[in-house]
Design a binder for this molecule. Sequence first.
Ligand SMILES: Nc1nc2c(c(=O)[nH]1)N[C@H]1C(S)=C(S)[C@@H](COP(=O)(O)O)O[C@H]1N2
Ligand SMILES: [Mo]
Length: 327
Amino acid sequence: MLIKTRKSWHLTDRDVTPEKLYLNRRAIMAAGGAAAVSLTAGACSAEEAQTEAPRGAMPADGNLSARETAYMPPDGDLTPLEAVTGYNNFYEFGTGKADPARHADAMTTDPWSIEVTGHAGRTGTFGIEDLIDFNALEERIYRLRCVEAWSMVIPWIGVPLGPILQGFQPTSDARYVAFETYFNRSEMRIGTFPVLDWPYVEGLRMDEAMNPLAFLAVGLYDRVLPNQNGAPVRLVVPWKYGFKSIKSIVRISFVSDEPPTSWNRSAPNEYGFYSNVNPNVDHPRWSQASERVIGGGPFARRDTDMFNGYADEVAGLYAGMDLSENF
Ligand SMILES: Nc1nc2c(c(=O)[nH]1)N[C@H]1C(S)=C(S)[C@@H](COP(=O)(O)O)O[C@H]1N2
Ligand SMILES: [Mo]
């Protein structure tokens, strides 16, 4: 009997998913360093990119590449691209998981500006190109854990939040930072069921926002963020439930009091301001001890990690706080 042994690098047709190719290329990059970026079909070297595109230009072809890869999740495979872009929460476009992919393309994302207000030295309206250097993007593979007890592992591309906020020179009165999503009734297919007040708002305590894990994403899987994932710029707070990761940001405000958040406003007993991933504190209607792994098959589950697996980096932010009170 002939036993075929397959080399690990040999991919069958069935194996050749975008994710496999992607990870393969990541492995090459890790081995060869940043210069290996030029192996990517269609991508130019970092030097070329710098001369071709001025600082901050959003690439017209929709492709992004990152200079650095950091913060891998503790474990778990990447979620297939189709699930990342086809199973979404973006209630402005409907409450069904498939609604955002169907309807979010109606949102205008170019040009895009963000208004910065409140306790800061540098306020005003800034074009996205003035805030984010598209030639110095990082990739971070973070798990997104939804409060609905499912999760995905996503290769985000973007920039750390802290340095961007520091650039606005927040004053000592800035104890919290508030974010607001774009809102346009004519472009958004808002359901008739009045789930949330619009525009969608979220907030972080200043020290949370400054934590090096907090991230502004402009892309995923080496491409510009699809609208349903929060184009052109969305927050990623990996140790908190997904609803803190506000999409399509148009306003950042430095404030002294804890700002309102959309989900807390709609159901304060179910959604607190902090919303840290915590397997020991259940949602009133379901357990938070484990989660369904999206894209992993019908029965794929995993135990939920404290702070979504990032306890070493963030537990200190909550020292002395009762996390079942401050949920
Ligand atoms: N503006 C806005 N941002 C939002 C939401 C929303 O409905 N509107 N949903 C949140 C929730 S509940 C989750 S779980 C994540 C989902 O992000 P994803 O669709 O990119 O996976 O986005 C968050 N950001
Ligand atoms: Mo969520």
